[in-house]
Design a protein around this ligand. Sequence first.
Ligand SMILES: Nc1nc2c(ncn2[C@@H]2O[C@H](COP(=O)(O)OP(=O)(O)O)[C@@H](O)[C@H]2O)c(=O)[nH]1
Ligand SMILES: [Mg+2]
Length: 398
Amino acid sequence: MGQSETVQARYIMLGGFLGAGKTTAVAALAQHLTAKGLRVGLITNDQGSELVDTAMLRAHGFATEEIPGGCFCCRFNSLVDAATKPDVFIAEPVGSCTDLVATVTYPLRRIYGAQFVIAPLSVLVDPIRAERILGLAEGKKFSDKVLYIYRKQLEEADLIVVTKSELLPAERLQSLLAWLAGEFPHAEILDVSVRENRGLADWFARLETGEQRTRATMEVDYELYAESEALLGWLNATVQLASADGFDSDAVLTQLARDIQTRLAGAEIAHLKMTLSPDGGLGDIAVINLVRSDFVPELSLRLEAPVPASQLIINCRAEADPDLIRAAVRAAVAELPKHFPGLTAQLITSNPSAPASPSPRTATWHRGRDGTECHPYPASVVTFSSASRMRLRSSPPP
Ligand SMILES: Nc1nc2c(ncn2[C@@H]2O[C@H](COP(=O)(O)OP(=O)(O)O)[C@@H](O)[C@H]2O)c(=O)[nH]1
Ligand SMILES: [Mg+2]
């Protein structure tokens, strides 16, 4: 028996609602583990293709592949058999997804048995979103049906991880933590800030050494879950931008995000994320995120120099009809040349106007048949990255 067959790989899953900070935390955890000499494989799962998360992970130096039409467990087969099997898999499920223990962890245990140690399930929580949803603060929130998914995600967490903790004053953060502890007594509650590197060592240590407890399957009303999922319309689009004199990518992204935000004013945005990759570039990209309708779009990566031509990827998820989201994005793209003379913006692809809902009800998901149990999102894309070859952009080449 080869060494890779005797050593158990660790499977770590970071769940949580759209925009909670999963991809950011996945990248931080991957860097942490890679620095310890471990081989890390990343699995993200999102809807459609042309994914911002893929572009983000690539920009962090992870070799990343999108596997279209994938579903979590079936695809896992090929990843597990890969020649250079990772020591640790870190998985990010779709942010509107729940029942992960039954649909992912449980099949993993059954199909792969002793090959894996499964770490406690983390469910990440954006504190500002949480305060509103839980009624601790005023502000726009989703409809009750969408909140069903949100609560179910928390219900199955082993670790509830309040992210972006630097955003809340200490007193409000303590109230939120106390409320979560009272409401979800089976979970451990942690607070972290990836941006300020707070609380990460404690959380990561639990993920490196802990194991998920087995407990009774969570009750899920799949009719309600499907309705709730379907309320969150999504749109992925690719746009080619060009300007003979070069354009300011940060200004273009900010203008576009604000315009889409204004046009979707009646709907609650769960996550609008966009990346801009210069044609022929060396991997540097600009990234903008908006995680609430009444927040400001935030540039998390910037490009210094003016860009002559580049590809823009737009992923938008909001509680709105997909046609409305599509119309808002199209109109905002069409308006860009008015704000930036000399710029051309051509919409290359976008998903169909009414994408089939990747809802659990309509999905071909199978529970109970060994070897064929799948994550209930057959329309989604599994992204697999190898962090072992990762190189921080700021560090010198090896
Ligand atoms: N202020 C703050 N923002 C963060 C932190 N971690 C992530 N974010 C931001 O939250 C937004 C959503 O993050 P992302 O990782 O894409 O969330 P996901 O949808 O759950 O994968 C992005 O704008 C991130 O930059 C943090 O520790 N502090
Ligand atoms: Mg993500």
